[in-house]
Design a protein around this ligand. Structure first.
Ligand SMILES: Nc1ncnc2c1ncn2[C@@H]1O[C@H](COP(=O)(O)OP(=O)(O)O)[C@@H](O)[C@H]1O
Ligand SMILES: [Mg+2]
Length: 231
């Protein structure tokens, strides 16, 4: 059986927001082709549309024109239920603020995305434990997020993003609230996981240091960037 290779294809993407009777152009002429194992850093000034681009790739926002194709499928052709399931299975998000649930412990937080598919299993719990062990948090499984440091919370958020084995990892300023050491650790972890597990990783960051560690980086200015070419 041929395994389907993950591919992310963004073609001639534009995004405009309506503001009263005016439309506000945010993105235009975005083209991007990434395969599994590719990692891209996106930099650019505040307000340049970095989060908007990430949300469109992550199927949380729809484009005004142009297409996003993920492994041959156009997610925006799906109905709402299908799209939610597709997002849950295919895309892992990491935000600047970890977005962990305060009332759930570390292990429960990592397992949250598995609830959607109604198929939580002992195997998934074992996977969650393995991820948490991998990021050095196996002694913190029953702790609530409030008892963790910023770097530890972000490590939990990375595990949560990976638990459903998505093919695409999208990170929006994942180290923005961290000290330098924790930021470096999260950066290394994301890059390692991308390579080792053959993910597509798109990471928005203000940190030129973090962006510099990525094999490819683009700067979003005036709503567009020059398409990176991956080897
Ligand atoms: N839902 C929305 N409605 C209207 N304008 C928006 C919306 N989301 C973002 N914007 C505007 O789009 C621009 C880009 O925002 P964003 O993608 O968050 O930029 P960045 O992440 O680079 O700081 C900003 O001017 C922002 O105000
Ligand atoms: Mg942003």
């Amino acid at each position: 059986m041929n395994e389907i290779k993950t591919e992310l294809l963004v073609q001639d993407l534009t995004k405009e927001f309506e503001s009263g009777s005016e439309s506000l152009p945010i993105l235009s002429g975005i083209n991007l082709k990434m395969n599994e194992g590719n990692a891209l850093a996106v930099t650019g000034p505040s307000g340049s549309g970095k989060s908007t681009l990430l949300y469109i790739i992550g199927t949380l926002e729809s484009p005004t024109s142009g297409t996003v194709t993920i492994s041959g499928e156009n997610p925006f052709e799906k109905n709402e239920t299908e799209l939610a399931l597709f997002r849950n299975q295919s895309i892992g998000f990491i935000f600047q603020d970890h977005h962990l649930l305060p009332q759930c412990n570390v292990l429960e937080n990592v397992l949250l995305p598995t609830l959607a598919a109604d198929q939580q299993s002992a195997e998934q719990e074992e996977t969650a434990r393995q991820f948490l062990d991998r990021v050095g948090l196996s002694h913190r499984l029953t702790h609530r997020p409030s008892r963790l440091s910023g770097g530890e919370r972000q490590r939990v958020a990375v595990c949560r993003a990976l638990i459903n084995n998505p093919s695409i990892i999208l990170a929006d300023e994942p180290t923005g609230n961290l000290d330098q050491k924790s930021a470096n650790e999260i950066g290394s972890l994301l890059l390692e996981l991308c390579e080792e597990q053959k993910k597509i990783l798109v990471c928005v960051t203000h940190s030129l240091e973090l962006a510099g560690r990525f094999p490819q980086k683009v700067e979003l200015t005036t709503g567009t960037f020059q398409s990176p070419v991956f080897s």
